[in-house]
Write a protein that binds this ligand. Structure first.
Ligand code: NAD
Ligand code: LMR
Length: 338
């Protein structure tokens, strides 16, 4: 292992001891897939998060380089790198939060489901590691297709006897971030003042923005509703096409992942009223998983909120979303059960 990382480890130990004396709070966070397009900016942003005391960066390539680079940032978190499967267990041991952006991204013309064959196996292996080494960690799953990878993770945890539905969260925050941005553009508002619930799942028609519930309260023309719904549902494809074969959203995703991880950490710390959308085990519909607003607390998604009143357009969208979601969930569950 490169000597710069070992040096980082020992200076990291001293930093950790200093912080222990000062009693500064902090959580231990691992990023799996940390050298990737999402992983690198995500690691950089998590290194600046004052709620993080230890940051483990794991990947099957290039983890030492990314770790050496990020460890020079003069923020509190101690950074350690882990390269390849033999180091997965060390990367995971003792973690409070594990964020997973490992796996291949789309190219133009592909659906997220086209990634299933490669990413399903990657997610299975990583979740087996989590079940063994940090079964109580909160898991933020980013790898696509999220509508199937979350059910895969749940089945792996069930098999290992460690499944706690509250601790497994599929990250749909980018849909909310996009929805806030596009709605703010139409309304002429600052996106930071806008809150759009996005429910369902994270692919095409399963991404269901509830424009009737936007805050601050507002109204849209039918044309605006059509435009906004399509743009939010196809935001990922818009980026995939613009990147023309070099990948999918990475920077906005890293931003969204940090926003979501920070909410999870504030929940873990015991902050009241932390509410975000996520794809979780749910009884809101007849499906076993569904994205809605959830309240994040000391044990994860402690409350899963109902959909609230839907208009006719949203009710039709919900039926389409559920049909596709049911298939994607089934595909994920069968991958492990078979
Ligand atoms: P990328 O190819 O740039 O990076 C993926 C990283 O995962 C690489 O560094 C790779 O080495 C690593 N990796 C591969 N196999 C691994 C394994 N077994 N263990 C650990 N690491 C492994 O891809 P990206 O652009 O960062 O996207 C990653 C995933 O995130 C894709 O599946 C993409 O579709 C998904 N994504 C999801 C959302 C969302 O909203 N949930 C948004 C954007 C992208
Ligand atoms: C996104 O929404 O940007 C991601 O799911 C990546 C993709 O493939 O679109």
């Amino acid at each position: 292992y490169p000597s710069n990382l070992q040096m980082e480890d020992s200076s990291g130990l001293r930093q950790a001891m200093c912080r222990a004396k000062g009693g500064a709070p902090g959580f231990k966070v691992a990023i799996l897939g940390a050298a990737g397009g999402i992983g690198q900016p995500l690691a950089m942003l998590m290194k600046t998060n004052p709620l993080v005391s230890v940051l483990h960066l794991y990947d099957v390539v290039n983890a030492p380089g990314v770790t050496a680079d990020i460890s020079h940032m003069d923020t509190g978190a101690v950074v350690r790198g882990f390269l390849g499967q033999p180091q997965l267990e060390s990367a995971l041991t003792g973690m409070d939060l594990v964020i997973i952006p490992a796996g291949v991204p789309r190219k133009p013309g592909m659906t997220r489901d086209d990634l299933f064959n490669i990413n399903a196996g990657i997610v299975r292996t990583l979740c087996e590691g989590i079940a063994k080494c940090c079964p109580n960690a909160i898991v933020n799953l980013i790898s696509n297709p999220v509508n199937s990878t979350v059910p895969i993770a749940a089945e792996v945890f069930k098999k290992a006897g460690t499944y706690d539905p509250k601790r497994l969260l599929g990250v749909t925050m980018l849909d909310v971030v996009r929805a806030n941005t596009f709605v703010a553009e139409v309304l002429g508002l600052d996106p930071r003042e806008v809150d759009v619930p996005v429910v369902g799942g994270h692919a095409g028609v399963t991404i269901l923005p509830l424009l009737s519930q936007v805050k601050p309260p507002c109204s849209f023309t039918p044309q605006e509703i059509e435009y906004l719904t399509n743009r939010i549902q196809n935001g990922g494809t818009e980026v995939v096409e613009a990147k023309a074969g070099t990948g999918s959203a990475t920077l906005s995703m890293a931003y969204a992942a940090v926003k979501f991880a920070d909410a999870c950490l504030r929940g873990l710390r015991g902050d009241a009223g932390v509410v975000e959308c996520a794809f979780v085990a749910s009884q809101v519909t007849e499906l076993p998983f569904f994205a809605t607003k959830v309240r994040l607390g000391r044990t994860g998604a402690e409350e899963v909120f109902q959909l609230g009143p839907l208009n006719e357009y949203e009710r039709i969208g919900l039926e389409k979303a559920k049909k596709e979601l049911a298939e994607s969930i089934h595909k994920g569950v069968s991958f492990i059960k078979k």
